[in-house]
Design a protein. Structure first.
Lengths: 262, 435
């Protein structure tokens, strides 16, 4: 139950002999933008829609675990878990070699240090400031009149480093406007913005200690420019990028549900 | 789900009454021809006590913290200070205090009671400026004592005497501005009272090493406050003696503050006063906040005992030292105050980290919750260094952002979410939900 989207992941037991990591498989994923719907209504709708699309009867579902900012609104969930715990569990399932999880969602950016089992050891996130979150990049792409995809791609065409001083989204936007008025190419501004987000997120990750491998989860995985900026800020050769990055939190919750049932 | 017996603290009500009486006494001091002075909770308040038995203090931080519990009045105070041109990132207590003067309204009823003089120490970056401006508004004289002489471990004769001489000079200044003759016997008694108060408070906090903890931090806030308002008065020391006995009895009988205690956390800096329910939220997970360097060492005076553990500092009286002169009393008194734990981090955050690690070890703490307190630059100074030091030592730490006195800077939902994540990391699930 994210601040912008709701995702559902259905897991099924695979029972592949001799391959414990293949014990669970993803049966179905679904994403929705709840728009004006109340969170509890939206949760019920995506769950029902997911069941229908997956061809599963409600009675076949043995356990539901909710996560995300709106997790407590999921009335039919058996338990809920924070996005920190769920994200780490899902990330380590997808990328078992990872020890540092960087999660950049719409509302929050965070760094998490995890055990090989996906248990959280330490975490740090942005507070009320949005500068380390996906919403910041989204807001800046609007200021440049680019789609998020174009925004990321544009930044890859730049090799300039323009430091953005403002940490606050509101002030950063005025800084972007100043750069536009100074005829700074859009790709350089895009890189400046994504470098700034990467810098903020890296500072959070440094608080918990960066141990490789590093995995990035959340919607910003799709932003190639951000991934590039993040690698540079972290000073690492590679950042693991899981499949279905925006579903990793939901997957973590589903794994916790499955394991509780096992 | 409850593992331990629990019962209310018998002296809690008395602590509330004493605190209330203190604020009323200050307001009514003039009816009895008494003297009013104002300064911070760190002011050397035994010194004005030598002016007579009718001397009443108003310490600014506890007053502002009390105002914080009245959201409407607090907002009015903040607005009044901001309307006067002060930025909202200044000390929240200071803004509240100034706002109360600007509005000429006292939280405990009536007009804001103007002091005869302001008497303040300077170690925090805001303290002297706070009372410099207050003195200007109140048209009252002010005296400041610079206590920033470096960490106690490096104290030498010249550093000590630098503060002692200012203290002695302040006495002459007080005689001049009040027209009263100073009474050394009253001063010596006040020094003894303060030493008893602050040593006893440390002893009470030491009792919280017990499992289950006999006190939780939310309750401790109602108790430590007496040392922040009037530690040099006899009633304060006597109360702490009574309290020490009650808490010791609770330890003996295994009485828990939080009956489902299964995890012990500690906090740091002032809490967001308008949201103390965050501590009740912790209890739903079986977590008790056993205190903090802030609650232990803002006023408590400590020492390292021969066995290496941390405990209440032995008073000169208990060492058999006879205090007979103004100069001797001032010297002992200054030395006592310069060892205050909460003064040490102003010089080096590593000193605070080491004290926090001591608390973690001796109070059997499972995790630390650091309040990134945007309302107090002084006590937040170096807090991320402390976080790093604790985390490097393998101690689980969480941070949350807020403000002790300006609720516009605290987000309850987000903080609860942080707590949820931290409790998960400590493998704790919620036992129950408070009604």
């Amino acid at each position: 139950m994210g601040s912008r989207t709701i995702k559902v992941v259905f897991l099924e037991e695979l029972k592949v002999d001799g391959a414990p990591q293949l014990r669970w498989g993803i049966k179905k994923t679904l994403i929705m933008f709840p728009d004006d719907l109340d969170m509890d209504v939206a949760a019920e709708k995506i769950f029902t829609d997911g069941l229908t699309e997956a061809g599963i009867a409600r009675e076949q579902i043995t356990r539901v675990v909710a996560t995300g900012a709106g997790r407590k609104q999921v009335k039919f969930a058996h338990e809920n878990i924070t996005e920190v715990g769920a994200g780490a569990r899902g990330a380590l399932f997808m990328c078992p070699s990872a020890r540092t999880v960087i999660d950049v969602g719409a509302e929050e950016g965070r760094g998490v240090k995890a055990t090989p089992e996906g248990k959280v050891v330490d975490f740090a996130g942005n507070e009320k400031c949005a500068a380390g979150a996906g919403a910041f990049a989204e807001s800046m792409s609007r200021a440049l009149q680019l789609s998020l995809k174009e925004f990321g791609e544009a930044s890859l065409r730049s090799n300039k480093t323009i430091p953005m001083n403002a940490q606050c989204t509101v002030f950063a936007e005025s800084e972007v406007v100043s750069l536009i008025h100074a005829n700074t190419p859009k790709e350089d501004i895009a890189k400046a913005v994504l470098d700034a987000v990467a810098s903020r997120v890296t500072a959070m990750a440094r608080r918990v200690g960066i141990e490789e491998d590093v995995v990035l989860i959340g919607g910003m995985v799709h932003n190639a420019g951000f991934v590039q900026s993040l690698k540079a800020a972290l000073g690492v050769e590679k950042v693991l990028l899981p499949d279905l990055p925006e579903y990793v939190g939901a997957l973590g919750a589903a794994l916790i549900a499955a394991e509780a049932n096992a | 789900m409850n593992k331990y017996p629990s019962e209310p603290l018998k002296l809690w009500k008395k602590a509330k009454e004493l605190r209330e009486q203190y604020y009323l006494d200050y307001a009514r001091a003039k009816e009895r021809g008494g003297i009013r002075w104002s300064g911070s909770a760190w002011a050397l308040d035994a010194i004005p006590e030598g002016l007579g038995e009718d001397v009443y203090a108003l310490t600014g931080e506890p007053y502002a913290a009390s105002v914080s519990h009245d959201a409407k009045f607090n907002k009015q105070c903040q607005d009044a200070a901001e309307a006067a041109g002060f930025a909202r990132d200044l000390c929240a207590y200071m803004r509240t205090y100034w706002g109360s003067i600007y509005l000429n309204k006292y939280l405990f009823g009536g007009e804001f009671p103007r002091p005869d003089f302001n008497f303040q120490t300077q170690i925090c970056c805001s303290h002297s400026k706070w009372y410099q401006h207050a003195a200007k508004l109140e048209k009252a004289p002010a005296f400041y004592i610079d206590v920033g002489v470096g960490p106690y471990k490096d104290l030498d004769e010249s550093r000590l005497m630098y503060v002692v001489n200012q203290g002695l000079e302040s006495i002459e200044w007080m005689e001049k501005v009040t027209g009263r003759k100073y009474n050394d016997a009253l001063f010596i008694q006040a020094v003894k009272n303060e030493m008893r108060s602050t040593s006893l408070w440390a002893e009470i906090c030491s009792l919280n090493k017990a499992v289950p903890a006999p006190l939780d931090e939310k309750t401790m806030y109602s108790l430590y406050v007496l040392a922040t308002i009037n530690k040099a008065k006899r009633w304060c020391a006597d109360f702490y003696q009574e309290l020490r006995d009650e808490v010791a009895e609770r330890v003996k009988r295994g009485i828990a503050a939080v009956p489902n205690e299964r995890c012990r956390v500690m906090s740091d800096t002032q809490p967001p006063w308008a949201f103390l329910k965050i501590f009740r939220y912790l209890e739903e997970f079986g977590a008790v906040s056993i205190g903090s360097l802030y609650t232990f060492g803002l006023e408590g005076i400590w020492e390292t005992k021969p066995d290496g553990t941390w405990g209440a500092r032995t008073t000169p009286m208990d060492q058999g030292i006879d205090i007979t002169t103004r100069e001797q009393a001032m010297r002992l008194y200054v030395d006592w105050n310069l060892s205050k734990p909460q003064w040490q981090h102003f010089y080096d955050p590593r000193l605070k980290t080491e004290m926090m690690k001591t608390i973690v070890k001796e109070w059997k703490v499972n995790g630390v919750m650091l309040h990134l307190n945007r309302g107090c630059e002084g006590l937040s100074l170096g807090i991320m260094e402390n976080r790093l030091g604790l985390a490097t030592a393998g101690i689980p730490v969480m941070t949350y952002e807020g403000n002790m006195g300006d609720e516009r800077e605290f987000d309850m939902v987000r903080t609860q979410n942080r707590v949820d994540s931290f409790m998960e990391a400590l493998s704790l699930k919620r036992d129950f939900v408070h009604a």
